[in-house]
Structure formats: structure tokens, C-alpha cells
Design a protein around this ligand. Structure first.
Ligand code: OAD
Length: 264
């Protein structure tokens, strides 16, 4: 990964002023936030979806889909295992830590919510308090038939096709596969918090592929609330946001954090 340029000071100052004045902040995050923990992103150079076809003669999005899981669970599990292996042993980075600290210390003096698409559990490991894992968490397993559930640190001890110790049915991680519904509890929490409103929205390290990821930015725009994107590359929302900082998540959040501390 080439080093990210330093975030432009004027954009950092503007963003820090918004953060300092906000009461409720939403940070929408994606794989780019975990890139500095050594995890591959999904799209772009070195992304998990780079090789369009898998060894199983289907695109990886199909291998990781609900219909294929039902018909050929061994195929889906094979790629779930690869994704888990890619994040095994990873620890939260500066970006996770700063977002967790902002939410935990009530500084900035706002309620900060993280809506993450990441399934690596790193926001939770960093201690983010108000967290919605809209695509689930790879480390939570559940039985497809009974109520058995467990949390695992990694998949090291799992067989290629794991089954329930209570009823023998197939296990799966609590993640959203393609063509599946989002988890109702997370969706409901997100709707509740959106309804309560946010006065500052960040989009950090996501290519913003899904409507529910873009929509809060569109709504904020319509309502005149500031929006900030932190991403070295342009995305579908880059032309919509008020401030776009084309830099890495860690360095940018660190610069905003320093500006906040300096203004305290
Ligand atoms: P993507 O891989 O689509 O996008 C990652 C984004 O992070 C890209 O726009 C990069 O430019 C940016 N990026 C890379 N390094 C960065 C850094 N150091 N700092 C900031 N940004 C950086 O990942 P997502 O947008 O998270 O869904 O993908 C969304 C969903 O697509 C995933 O949750 C997954 C996938 O299909 C499911 O599995 C359901």
C-alpha cells in the first residue's frame, strides 16, 4: 500500500469544528477502516473480489450467497474460511481506537454511533460503544436449525463443514450472505437511530455499494447537515459530500483528533 498523503489542514480544521459542535455523529465504516490492520478490502487492488471467478466456477459473490449456501454449503464455507483466515490475529488500528475513544470518553461531547459493514469484529474489540454491525460478525456462529449459538475467536478448530453439537444440523456464521436480508435487530436499531437524527455524518473506508449505506448521506445532504468522506479513492458519494478527505482513515482521524484536542 502506498503511503497516504497527509490530510489537508483546512479540511481537518473544518471537520474538527463540526465534530466539536455536534450532538449526534454517525460514522459509516467499511473495509478501508480495517485495511490498516492488514485486512484485504473487497474491491480494488488486492481486494477479495479481485479474482472474478473462484475455483468453483462461480463469482465469489455467488459462492458467498444464500442460495449457494443452501445448495452447496461446503462451497460457501470454503470462502468464509478464507475471509476469516484473512482477518485472523488482526487487532484494531488507530482509526478503530479513535472512534472508540470518541464514543467512550464523551469527547467530543456527542453520542457517536458506528454503522459498520465489516464482519471482522474490530470496532467491537476496540471498544466502540454504540455499534451497529449491519453485516454481522464472522466470530458469531449459529445453528441453522436449533437455538445453539457460540462466539469463537477464530475458525482454527472448525472442520471444513461444521455441524451443531446439539442437533447435528449445519452451522453458519451470523453474517449476511448475498441475496439475504439484513439482520432485523441491527436494521431496527439503525432505523431508530436514524429517526432520532444525526447532525454530522462520516463515511469512512467504504465504496458505498449499498443503498442503505448511501441513504443517510443523501438525507443529511437534503437536511443541510454536514457530511464528510474519508477515503483515498473516489466513490459514488464523493461528489455529494461537503468535505472529502482523500487520505487514509487512521492518519485523517488522528489529525482531526489532534485538532479537537488543541481546541479544547
Ligand atoms: P470495499 O472493498 O468495497 O471498499 C473499501 C474502500 O476502502 C475503498 O473505497 C477504498 O478506496 C477504501 N480504502 C482502502 N484503504 C483505505 C484506508 N487506509 N483508509 C480509508 N479508506 C480506505 O469495502 P466495503 O465498502 O466495506 O458485504 O464493502 C461493502 C460490502 O461489500 C462488504 O461489507 C461486503 C462486500 O460485499 C457483505 O459481505 C454482505
Amino acid at each position: 500500500m502506498s503511503p497516504s498523503p497527509p490530510p489537508p489542514p483546512d479540511l481537518v480544521r473544518q471537520t474538527a469544528a463540526w465534530v466539536a459542535g455536534a450532538r449526534r455523529i454517525l460514522c459509516i465504516t467499511g473495509a478501508g477502516v480495517s485495511a490498516e490492520s492488514g485486512l484485504p478490502t473487497y474491491r480494488g487492488v488486492g481486494g477479495i473480489y479481485d479474482d472474478v471467478e473462484t475455483d468453483d466456477d462461480m463469482p465469489i459473490e455467488e459462492a458467498l450467497s444464500g442460495p449457494v449456501f443452501r445448495e452447496q454449503p461446503e462451497v460457501t464455507w470454503k470462502y468464509l474460511l478464507q475471509i476469516e483466515q484473512a482477518c485472523r490475529g488482526a487487532v484494531p488500528n488507530l482509526a478503530h481506537a479513535i472512534l472508540a475513544r470518541w464514543s467512550a470518553e464523551a469527547w467530543p461531547p456527542a453520542e457517536l454511533w458506528v454503522l459498520t459493514q465489516n464482519v471482522d469484529g474490530l470496532h467491537s474489540a476496540a471498544g466502540s460503544r454504540h455499534l451497529i454491525e449491519i453485516h454481522g460478525d464472522l466470530h458469531r456462529l449459529r445453528c441453522t436449525q436449533c437455538d445453539w449459538r457460540a462466539r469463537v475467536d477464530d475458525y482454527r478448530r472448525l472442520p471444513a463443514l461444521p455441524h451443531c453439537q446439539d442437533c447435528g444440523a449445519l452451522l453458519r456464521p451470523e453474517v449476511v450472505l448475498f441475496e439475504e436480508m439484513l439482520p432485523p435487530a441491527a436494521t431496527q436499531e439503525f432505523a431508530t437511530q436514524l429517526h432520532r437524527g444525526f447532525d454530522l455524518i462520516f463515511s469512512i473506508g467504504t465504496s458505498s455499494q449499498f443503498p442503505y449505506i448511501v441513504q443517510p448521506v443523501l438525507v443529511a445532504k437534503q437536511q443541510g447537515q454536514p457530511t464528510v468522506e474519508i477515503n483515498p479513492h473516489e466513490t459514488v458519494i464523493s461528489s455529494l459530500v461537503d468535505v472529502r478527505i482523500p487520505c487514509s482513515a487512521g492518519a485523517t482521524l488522528e489529525a482531526i483528533d489532534s485538532a479537537l484536542v488543541a481546541s479544547r
